[in-house]
Ligand binder design. Sequence first.
Ligand code: UT7
Length: 333
Amino acid sequence: MKLYKTKIQGTGKYHPEKVLTNEELSKTVDTSDEWITQRTGIKERRISDLSKDEHPSGMAARAAKEAMKNAGWEPNDVDCILFATTIPDMMLPNTASMLQAALGITNNCACLDVNAACTGWLYGLQMANSLIQTGVYKKVLLVGTEMASGFNNWEDRSTCVLFGDGSGVTALEAQEGDSESFILDSILGSDSSKRMALAMPNGAAMSPITHEILDNKEQYITMDGQVVFKNAVKTMASHCSTLLRRNGLTNDDIDWFIPHQANLRIIETVGKLLDFPAERVITNVQKYANTSSATIPTAMHEAVMDGRIKRGQKVMLAAFGAGLTSGAAILQF
Ligand code: UT7
């Protein structure tokens, strides 16, 4: 079988216009800029406005148009949309189909949502790479988009300060023969023994919304922050070590490291465990907070646009999230 390589042909991102700073947040919930900055590194986040179509498919459409423009694609070039999100537009249809319509794609391309929480874009990357390598698809639009703002309990300071809204889209294209751009390796996993450490237990099949749930404000995200923190550090560091070791690479071979942007302390701890130089770690959690599946593609887009990430450079990625899912990848951009 002929094998193809997967090139990131274009990137794009969209964050809602409305900025919510720590100072503003501390006027409505019992928190402070000092606490949020020290414990997470977050200074502000973006909040969607549904009247401006800043729902998941609406944000993704803006990011996808930029990614497709940078890739030189027309809408009907797309063979498959993989839409990583925890927060779909609707329960049905899937958000990938909503995006197909928003982009004016009329070729009936494949549309699939991927829910692996904050690791969703990395899960999508491995799937897209497998589909492209084996010749099933030539052009895959890989989306990471979240709108946590609608599902945050804005009275719960332990979670509401952490999340933000946004979208990152990556245009992945098959390459024949020698290509300096390819996905070198990836690794995914999930530790379901800790699945309830980060959850939204009510509002779906097992526990439909009731008046009691709404009265008790139990329709929102629940989290054991310390369990998630410890698992995040452990899994991201160990996945990266495994990938480096099994590909005969060291930190010196990696130009940039883009970890999931949940908390600067998690990022710094992983960097220390890996002994990876801080100046080659890309972060944007300060500006956007944790945008879940959107953090890696948006951070990558910013670093490509400002010239940090260049063609042929090696980039290491790592993420963790509800599940507790985790993963890592190394690619040559
Ligand atoms: O993509 C995955 C998403 N989830 C994550 O990445 C979460 C990973 N976990 C974390 O990032 C951290 O555990 C948190 C940032 C959530 C919390 O940081 P921490 O250092 O683990 O704090 P803590 O939970 O141990 O709380 C320390 C104190 C508590 O007060 P007491 O019991 O010591 O009096 C909390 O009530 O901080 C209090 N606290 C706050 N205070 C001000 C918790 N949230 C806040 C807040 N503002 N927003």
